[in-house]
Design a protein around this ligand. Structure first.
Ligand code: ADP
Length: 464
């Protein structure tokens, strides 16, 4: 592009310079000869007026004036009598004097009323007029050697050629610099785009002094941010999905082992355990559906499918999933749940929230393996307060700021039954923020942590 721009600029300027030079070149000699004719006619007219009608006693004055013109304008001036002899003259007579006089005679044959004529002979431009001097008809002849004029024209033309050549060289240099200045930001943009194509989204398309290129940079920066968002979103979706898939799979495996080893011969327990397996398999199906609907998902969260549901029953349902821990790992769940509380939310998403919070309490509770789950009605605030407390080592104030971040895991996190990925609380945060619900954590180091969520309380059926 730079070479092309340079070429175009250079051709354009060379053309302009060539045209201007040619015009100057052509008009110069015409302008010079017109100027010479004007001047010679001026001198001739002036001298004619001076000489015409004068007597011989003015010979000195006339000769002096003729000499002045000869000196200042480089002309030869002759006052010629009717015999063709020069009576007063400024320069020596040329060797071909009679040829000159002959030429003058033929030219004056065609002169006009004012009895003056301009004519060329060889290298001389001549002015001839008829004057009366000392009572006799004479001719005034002013001769201007055009070779002097031609020499000036030629040297002027040479100057024009030199100036044009210098101008062309300067034009080439300026064109090169200009082409570079225009193409550099475009080259930068292209390099940045190549880096971006390789997956480096930290790049920034630099702004440029040309408005159009600056706008292009701006648009590309916008496009880059959008691509990055979409890329992040895909990554986020994959991370969320794999995290969410793992939990039900763990449950299915645990319950299947229990059926095989413990409850196989106890139809009641076996049915209960098999039901958990069926429920978890349903949840997996739901998750897979979520993945298939990924295109509808924005910023890591598919559209909320809010409806009124019984939060009390819902929480009991989730708590049942953790029964196996009481039976197999000596966990103790203390439950304080108010009856018949209804809320408006996306049930499936809230399942993930409560499930993740209880899982964390199980993971991080103390050696006593106690987990406290409560769901309390606050009718004056139209709120239902959900809280899950553990007796673990607690979370420091500094850590509290980070636990909701993606992939954040405490350095000395001691995961017990479920291995963590650092995604659980981030998913909780995204879902609760999308619902606009209050949530948070209170923690005392060495005593444990309480995670809470405030649900809006609604009546059991919408519109009641
Ligand atoms: P993980 O998969 O590691 O549990 P989470 O996003 O659920 O990921 O939690 C992020 C981090 O927050 C954990 O690694 C842990 O350090 C801290 N954390 C979460 N819940 C608790 C809790 N109940 N008690 C103490 N620390 C917790």
């Amino acid at each position: 592009m730079q070479v092309l721009l340079w070429r175009y600029f250079a051709i354009f300027t060379v053309l302009i310079i060539a045209v201007v030079s040619l015009v100057c070149f052509g008009t110069l000699s015409n302008a010079y000869s017109a100027q010479a004719r004007d001047r010679i006619s001026q001198i001739g007219t002036g001298l004619t007026l001076l000489i015409d009608g004068k007597s011989s006693q003015f010979t000195g004055e006339v000769g002096g004036e003729m000499n002045r013109y000869a000196f200042t304008d480089g002309v030869n001036v002759y006052l010629i009598n009717e015999l063709g002899n020069a009576e007063i003259y400024t320069n020596a007579l040329p060797s071909d004097w009679y040829v000159v006089v002959g030429d003058m005679n033929s030219a004056v044959n065609g002169w006009t009323e004012n009895r003056a004529v301009i004519f060329s002979d060889g290298s001389m431009l001549n002015y001839a007029s008829c004057v009366t001097f000392n009572g006799r008809e004479c001719y005034l002849l002013v001769r201007y050697p055009t070779n002097i004029m031609l020499e000036s024209v030629r040297s002027m033309q040479l100057y024009i050629i030199i100036i044009a050549a210098v101008a062309i060289i300067v034009a080439f240099i300026i064109s090169y610099m200009l082409a570079q200045r225009i193409s550099r930001p475009i080259r930068n943009i292209s390099e940045t785009a190549t880096r971006m194509a390789k997956g480096d989204y930290s790049v920034q398309f630099a702004s440029a002094e040309f408005e159009e290129i600056a706008q292009l940079s701006e648009s590309l920066n916008y496009a880059k941010d959008e691509i990055k968002k979409s890329d992040d979103f895909q990554r986020e979706l994959l991370a969320n999905v794999s995290h969410d898939l793992r939990t039900p799979l763990t449950m299915i495996k645990a319950y299947a082992s229990m059926v095989k080893e413990i409850s196989g011969n106890d139809p009641q327990k076996r049915d209960k355990h098999l039901q958990v397996i069926i429920d978890e398999a349903d949840r997996l199906t739901g998750l897979v559906n979520d993945i298939l609907n990924a295109s509808k998902v924005s910023a890591g969260l598919s559209e909320l499918n809010k409806k009124v549901f019984n939060l009390t029953e819902f929480l009991y349902g989730i708590m049942n999933k953790f029964d196996y821990l009481q039976e197999t790992s000596d966990y103790k769940f203390f439950v304080d749940i108010d009856p018949n509380l209804y809320t408006l939310a996306d049930e499936e998403k809230i399942y993930q929230v409560i499930y993740n919070l209880i899982s964390n309490a199980v993971n991080y509770t103390g050696a006593d393996k106690c987990v406290y789950v409560s769901l309390k009605d606050c009718p004056e605030q139209h709120r239902i307060k959900f809280a899950v407390r553990d007796t673990g080592k607690g979370i420091s104030d500094e850590e509290k700021e980070h636990i909701w971040d993606r992939y954040y895991r405490s350095k000395d996190a001691h995961a017990r039954p479920v291995k963590g990925t650092g995604l659980g609380l981030n998913i909780v945060k995204i879902i609760l923020q999308a619902h606009n619900f209050d949530f948070g954590v209170n923690s005392v180091i060495g005593e444990g942590s309480t995670f809470y969520v405030d649900f809006p309380e609604v009546s059991s059926t919408p519109g009641e």
